[in-house]
Design a protein around this ligand. Structure first.
Ligand code: AMP
Length: 385
């Protein structure tokens, strides 16, 4: 059962004027922490024991004798035996007592069961709690359905391996590293069979996942991840902002494309199938005449999300796209929360966000600004679920 909005509203009503900004320590936590302290809020990073050094040691806030920040941006580190323990009753009570608003990231929605996030975690989330599940491709109500209802182009689905009639990408999780990808491409049914057999033998993919995999058209074109922000605190015409664009570095795909063709062909057969492990991010801008289409798609997404998952998208979201040779965008993945690549503008701000705000505006800072404004105006309940 979803947690009633009135219950979350009661919790935020008891929060102080300067709530804490909490996030799970992975993914984009540094951006969120940096943004929180830039806006004069306290950052709280929730970590799993053994995965805490980045936050507890290297980016930890250190203050001088007068209490002024001397270094770092992670004010508090709360350590749990497992990430999922952050949803235990004791932890929830502590988060509420401390006045913490949680900023969801993919680490949170991967390590804490979705059912717990939806029905048990009675701590306000800055964002659309009900939309975290749509990222799961195996769900019936997934992001493809939302894109379709929004009229946003997404890659054409291919019904079965035998229907592969063009370059296709097969999407399934990695067999052992469950949060990673076991994607592969195939242009014919035969290639699908040869490659899937090799990947099954190599232990990269599992048969059960393969049976459920989504097969879709491969869009030939560079990847642009658009980092948007939607604010319900301003008139609808001002609500949508584009902050910045990132791209991913994926191993071993990016390693392969750095090899000349002759050397690629010399790779042993088993190493010729690239994997898509995200290992870092870069920054991009987009051709200026494409921006209008980017905004059109962003607006459609906001409207469709409001209609299908009220109150709809709140705060940051990311549309991952390929742009084809006609300059058209196809959205192949959606994050209805902070995107995974926003650290590219950690502390510097995103180019478009900076142009809009006339000062450094990263995604993390934009989230904190929203929280600060909402808290000052007594409107926190409008930005949380
Ligand atoms: P995802 O897990 O959906 O974020 O996708 C991982 C990577 O696969 C992306 O960064 C793209 O490089 C690639 N990709 C996913 N879907 C498509 C598609 N339909 N066409 C081309 N590339 C894709």
């Amino acid at each position: 059962m979803p947690i009633p909005a009135a219950e979350i509203a009661r919790v935020v009503d008891s929060y102080p004027k300067r709530p804490g900004v909490g996030t799970v320590g992975s993914h984009s936590a540094l951006d969120v922490a940096d943004g929180a302290v830039a806006e004069g809020l306290t950052s709280v990073v929730l970590v799993q024991a053994g995965r805490d050094a980045t936050y507890a040691q290297y980016f930890r806030t250190l203050r001088d004798a007068g209490g002024r920040r001397r270094r770092g941006c992670v004010d508090e580190v709360w350590t749990y035996p497992k990430f999922a323990d952050l949803a235990s009753p004791e932890s929830q009570e502590r988060l509420r007592q401390r006045g913490v608003l949680l900023v969801p990231n993919r680490a949170m929605s991967s390590y804490v069961p979705l059912a717990t996030l939806e029905s048990d975690l009675r701590v306000p989330i800055v964002g659309a709690r009900a939309m975290l599940r749509i990222e799961e491709r195996t769900e019936r109500e997934n992001y493809y359905r939302l894109l379709e209802s929004a009229g946003i182009p997404s890659p054409r689905a291919i019904a079965s391996p035998d229907a592969i009639d063009r370059l296709a990408i097969v999407k399934l999780p990695h067999a052992r590293r469950r949060l990673e990808r076991g994607f592969f491409t195939a242009a014919t049914a035969e290639e699908y069979r040869t490659k899937s057999r090799a990947l099954l033998e190599r232990g990269t993919i599992a048969a059960d996942d393969l049976a459920q995999a989504r097969i879709e058209e491969y869009v030939l074109g560079p990847v642009f991840n658009f980092n948007f922000f939607f604010s319900p605190l301003v008139p609808r015409t001002e609500g949508l902002e584009l902050l910045g664009v990132d791209e991913r570095r994926e191993s071993n795909l990016d390693g392969m494309v750095r090899l000349p063709a002759a050397q690629q062909l010399e790779l042993p057969a088993a190493e010729r199938i690239p994997e898509y492990l995200v290992v870092g991010h870069g920054t991009l801008t987009v051709r200026e005449s494409t921006l209008e289409e980017v905004f059109r798609i962003g607006e459609k997404f906001v409207d469709a999300a409001r209609a299908r998952y009220p109150p709809g998208i709140l705060g940051p979201f990311c549309l991952q796209t390929c742009i084809d040779r006609d300059g058209h965008l196809t959205v192949f993945d959606v994050a209805a929360r902070i995107g995974g690549g926003t650290n590219v503008h950690l502390a510097l701000g995103h180019p478009y966000g900076n142009a809009l705000y006339r000062e450094p505006m990263s995604t993390g800072r934009r989230i904190a600004l929203e929280i600060r404004r909402a808290a000052e105006d007594g409107r926190l309940k409008e930005i949380v679920t």
